[in-house]
Design a protein around this ligand. Structure first.
Ligand code: SF4
Length: 439
């Protein structure tokens, strides 16, 4: 009897990539493959790449090396954003056998009838304009929460960003499909769903393959809140100009949506926001934070910010620093600007030296950890619900409250993937929150 083949996956980048890897992995299982961990020997290794990750090329090469060490005869395939943007570069990496672009990645199982190694990586790529159709996906089994893809691509033209070049135009899943996927996920015992996409606030555009908006993000949120059996729904990230008051008020009174918003800001200088071609200025951003805190004073607000963008003088950086320091927000994700091929910003004047970029990044990360502990302190003595994760971390179990406070307790397998009512008691030396069970 022929032995079942083994497949392993390595995912770089965002929640969207993780949801797509999980969907592709389910296709392999349907084709009779056994999924193994990437640290194990496999017959085929699939690497889902990212174009935003710094040093994406170095990371990719080291992951291919890792696979080759485990099984030098294994077939290595690359998919994802980097594979769409730089297929030749990836195909030339020693050990790579197949590179699939945005239109082919979900058809990978039709490219692997013959797993014998190729001298040079075989490329099946496309013009990004061809990637105008939508493929649904969600992650399950990899973590305590499921990443549910609702939208793909982006029609914005931010001057530092390659994502529209890697993922194509903005398009959405049908509302019914999203609701079906959500119900399917909750029927598998998953307690939390994280909505993901590239520009999810633009949900509804291209739902039926045209440019029209059939539904809005607000309608999606409303309908999802009615799906039976879902305990918690988290909005992964949403553009400030697309986060409407009605959505904020609905989340504040909803059954399942949690009071946690992640809103990209990128800069606290209107001058730089214009150069970035962002679709809002500071005033709009401030109004979003104020609207959230008005309806949900304990909501958690995470902020993406880029440091070192061309033209960011010391004064403009300090403007960003002070703006952030005076906002009622909870933590920052700090990205150091790095030049990306085929973006407008690559040709901009006022290039910031790399050592200055690093210094500014360090300053904002310092500010972020201060913000997080202030936010955590404010939550002490409040009662929350924690969803416990499934990993024994050096004898401890972690979990997150609905407003994204990370807690820890001595490892107890009975807590895994359960929702528990707790009272937050103290922030311990490693910045995590201790609690006592209530009720
Ligand atoms: S909104 Fe801007 S930064 Fe975000 S994916 Fe679209 S182009 Fe890129």
């Amino acid at each position: 009897m022929q032995e079942r083949k083994k497949v392993a996956f390595y995912t770089l980048g965002c929640k969207l990539n993780f949801s797509e890897t999980s969907t592709i992995a389910r296709d392999f299982t349907k084709e009779g493959f056994d999924r193994v961990d990437f640290s194990e020997e496999a017959d085929i290794y699939v690497i889902n790449t990212c174009s935003v990750t710094e040093n994406a090329d170095k990371r990719f090469k080291s992951i291919v090396k890792q696979a080759q060490k485990l099984n030098p005869d294994a077939f290595v395939a690359a998919v994802g954003c980097y594979a769409q943007l730089q297929p030749e570069e990836l195909a030339a990496v020693d050990g790579v056998d197949l590179v699939l672009g945005a239109t082919e990645k979900f058809k990978i199982t039709s490219y692997i009838n013959d797993l014998s190694k190729n001298d040079m990586g075989e490329i099946h790529s496309c013009e990004i304009e061809d990637a105008d159709f939508y493929v649904g996906s969600y992650s399950i089994g990899d973590r305590t929460r499921a990443f549910l893809k609702v939208q793909d691509g982006c029609d914005y033209k931010c001057t530092y960003c390659t994502i529209p070049l890697a993922r194509g135009i903005s398009r959405s899943d049908t509302l019914q499909n999203v609701l079906d996927n959500a119900a399917e996920i909750s029927s598998k015992g998953i307690k939390e769903i994280v909505l993901t996409g590239v520009n999810i606030g633009d949900y509804g555009k291209g739902e039926f393959g045209n440019k029209k908006h059939e539904h809005t993000f607000f309608e999606l949120v409303e309908k999802l809140d009615d799906v039976e059996g879902i305990h918690r729904i988290r909005i992964s990230s949403i553009e400030p100009n697309l986060l409407k008051d009605e959505t904020i008020q609905f989340v504040a009174n909803s059954k399942s949506f949690v009071p946690h918003f992640h809103i990209p800001l990128q800069s606290g200088s209107d001058e730089l926001l214009k150069k970035m071609k962002r679709r809002y200025l500071k005033q709009t951003y401030t109004s979003r934070v104020e609207a959230i805190k008005k309806h949900m004073p304990d909501a958690c607000i995470g902020v993406d910010v880029i440091v070192g963008f061309p033209g960011e003088t010391d004064e403009l950086f300090l403007e960003t620093y002070n703006y952030l320091a005076n906002l009622d927000i909870s933590y920052l994700h700090v990205f150091t600007y790095s030049e990306r091929p085929n973006t407008e910003a690559v040709d901009f004047d006022g290039v910031v030296p790399v050592n200055i970029r690093k210094k500014r990044s360090k300053m904002l990360r310092g500010l972020s950890s201060k913000m997080r502990s202030v936010f955590y302190e404010k939550q002490l003595n409040t009662e929350r619900t924690v969803l416990f994760e499934d990993e024994n971390k050096e004898g401890y179990i972690n979990g997150f409250t609905e407003n994204y406070v990370k807690v820890k307790a001595p490892w107890n397998p009975e807590l895994v993937n359960t929702l528990q009512k707790v009272k937050l008691t103290e922030v311990d030396e490693d910045g995590l929150v201790r609690f006592e069970f209530v009720g």
